[in-house]
Design a protein around this ligand. Structure first.
Ligand code: M6R
Length: 623
């Protein structure tokens, strides 16, 4: 996720630090968010001066050392996590407009940028980058010099009312030294209040070295800062207020949003990860527009088989996808671990669609498997969280997840975003092939749109599961059972516990119990059971309830994840955690969350570092 810093200071403060120092320090603090390029713009001597560079912050600093910026008291700084347009110098922020008099930085995704761009191009505006941000900058420039008559705040208000999507925008203009104007919708922005200086940041890390007084801005608000003042209005132009608070975290906790670990923060990022992955991918009629796919729709419509290639958690996302895509598209879907696929002479051809799933886009096993499939003539599509990484670069098409950088080794938010992306892919294929009516696709998208608030509901009740986890810190083995889409959820629950709590954990298909695993059940053996909706597929619910009874009869301590309103399971369970109602195929997006919380809390209770578990790397770049 991009990092954003803004600064307006006075000369009395500049003895201590000028704008550039504040911006670079803020960007350094925001590095934890992950980025692929960085840039700054300052206002000085009646002009905008900007430097930007792909790669790490040090590249930008080297560039500034070679071509120094003039002293300045006003500026904006940005670290970019690429979404529209790959990571390059050109696509790095800030973007200039109004003949270079205005600079803008942006976090988020502007959904309607293509149509705005088309209008601006027709009016003669030229663009230098592939970004949606440059379009927003050009729009702001146009508003500034036409309807807003030189009022930067008014221009921002006019511009944001034409934008759709999620964005935080910061702008400076050469005619307004000492002023930074910012706007936010569905994307974070915090104001920092200093003495004779004010700050803006994606989060408080952006200014934590300079002030502890902060103001949380509300949805659809515009803030204008000068060294001595700040004023907030809504997108409707009416005066508005933010919520002032004092930052009592140290810098390290601020990076984690106040959570004790990145993993816990990332678990809490999941409503946004799902919402951002859905953003901009369908229109109001429910028609999917996956423009980034780059495979001829006619060829996609003709595929006869899908093979999902992935490792670890990403492979479990693929297993969830199998249920959904086969159900919606009636195309056979095979899910293979990348390292197994490559060495068994698999049968793929030009009508096979290879869907690789990788958070990092750098997993060597998956990369090699994709290369092999390409050599066999298959079409390759990458579902990936890291823009510009190797696997999407080498694939014919890409569908990016927008979970933002995942720092903790154990994957959480990337998993939910991957599942969301596979649903979008499945619905898109169903649309192309005519397997579902448009009304059905629209209904499923509407259900998906409700998922972020349902995840939030689970997060708001995380204490229920945390108490259970702490009480089980001495467990030596935990089993996980599920059927249908609950099966990969069970596997993922077990993997999380193994990875970070170093506890023996196994996930099983509940129907497989009697074929062997039931022999493991002994007095007090904890068994998590992911129970499908009682409203769902015939007999699935009752089959799983029977499985609970079977293990309980043999002494198991049954811990159940069930759907709200499922009162029947109560009498068979020692513990029940209810997740909100949702269609069965979408259930993994909810049922996984309590299992992540459980593993994270149990490992924390054991005193382990949940972000950096022993023996594991975030990205496995060797075979
Ligand atoms: O970056 P990738 O998604 O390709 O990584 C695949 C696995 O290495 C990864 O999911 C791993 O299993 C995680 N540590 C799971 O939490």
């Amino acid at each position: 996720m991009c990092g954003i810093v803004g600064y307006a200071g006075t000369s009395s403060r500049s003895a201590e630090h000028g704008a550039l120092d504040v911006l670079i320090e803020g960007l350094r603090r925001l590095e934890y968010r992950g980025y692929d390029s960085a840039g700054v713009a300052v206002v000085a001597d009646g002009a905008i001066h900007s430097r930007k560079k792909a790669g790490k912050l040090v590249n930008l600093e080297n560039q500034i050392a070679e071509a120094p910026l003039p002293d300045s008291l006003t500026g904006i700084g940005h670290t970019r996590w690429a979404t529209h347009g790959g990571p390059s110098d050109q696509n790095a922020h800030p973007h200039l407009a109004d003949g270079g008099k205005l600079a803008m930085i942006h976090n988020g995704i502007i959904e309607n940028f293509a149509e705005i761009k088309a209008t601006l191009v027709a009016e003669g505006v030229e663009f230098l980058s592939d970004t949606d941000t440059e379009v927003a900058a050009a729009l702001l420039g146009k508003m500034y010099s036409s309807e807003a008559e030189g009022d930067l705040t008014r221009a921002m208000q006019l511009a944001v009312n034409k934008l759709e999507g999620a964005f935080t925008l910061l702008a400076v203009h050469q005619d307004h030294p000492g002023v930074v104007v910012a706007a936010r919708r569905n994307s974070p922005l915090v104001l920092g209040l200093g003495e004779g200086e004010n700050f803006l940041g994606s989060d408080v890390s952006g200014f934590i070295d300079f002030t502890r007084r902060a103001v949380e801005l509300g949805q659809d608000q515009i803030v204008t800062i000068t060294p001595e003042s700040h004023s907030i209005i809504g997108f409707d132009g009416e005066p508005a207020e933010g919520r002032e608070f004092s930052v009592d975290w140290d810098a390290a906790s601020a990076e984690k949003g106040g959570f004790p670990s990145f993993m816990e923060k990332e678990i809490h990022d999941q409503p946004a990860a799902v919402a951002d992955t859905l953003l901009g991918r369908s229109d109001a009629e429910g028609k999917l527009t996956l423009d980034e796919l780059r495979i001829d729709p006619e060829k996609l419509a003709k595929i006869t088989k899908i093979v999902v290639l992935a490792c670890g958690t990403s492979a479990y996302a693929g297993s969830v996808a199998k249920y959904a895509i086969e159900s919606w598209c009636r195309i056979p879907v095979e899910v293979e671990l990348s390292h197994e696929f490559r060495y068994r002479e698999p049968i793929v051809d030009k009508n096979t669609l290879i869907v690789s799933i990788s958070q990092s886009g750098e997993t060597m096993d998956t990369l090699m498997a994709v290369r092999y499939a390409k050599e066999q003539g298959a079409k390759t599509l990458s579902i990936c969280n890291t823009n510009g990484s190797t696997i999407p670069r080498e694939s014919d098409a890409v569908l990016y997840t927008h979970a933002g950088p995942e720092i903790a080794v154990a994957s959480t938010k990337a998993f939910l975003a991957q599942i969301t992306a596979t649903y979008l892919l499945g619905l898109y294929l169903a649309q192309l092939r005519g397997n579902l009516f448009s009304g059905q696709i629209k209904d499923i998208l509407a259900d998906l749109g409700k998922i972020p608030s349902k995840i939030q509901d689970i997060l708001d009740r995380d204490n229920e599961i945390k108490d259970l986890a702490r009480s089980m810190a001495d467990a030596s083995s935990v089993l996980f059972l599920g059927r249908h889409v609950g099966y990969p959820v069970a596997m993922e629950g077990a993997l999380k516990l193994k990875e970070i709590a170093y506890i023996h954990a196994e996930g099983f298909a509940a129907g497989e119990l009697k074929h062997g695993p039931i022999a493991l059940i002994d007095d007090g053996q904890p068994v998590f059971v992911v129970v499908p909706s009682p409203r769902g597929r015939d007999s699935l619910h009752s089959k799983v309830v029977s499985n609970i009874q079977e293990v309980r009869a043999r002494g198991a301590n049954t811990l159940v994840i069930a759907e709200e309103g499922d009162v029947d399971v109560r009498e068979y369970a020692e513990f029940v955690f209810y997740v909100p109602e949702t269609p069965t195929l979408l259930m993994p997006l909810l049922a996984t969350v309590p299992l992540q919380i459980f593993a994270c809390e149990l490992a924390t209770a054991k005193g382990y570092d949940v972000d950096q578990p022993r023996n594991l790397a975030k990205s496995v770049t060797v075979e």
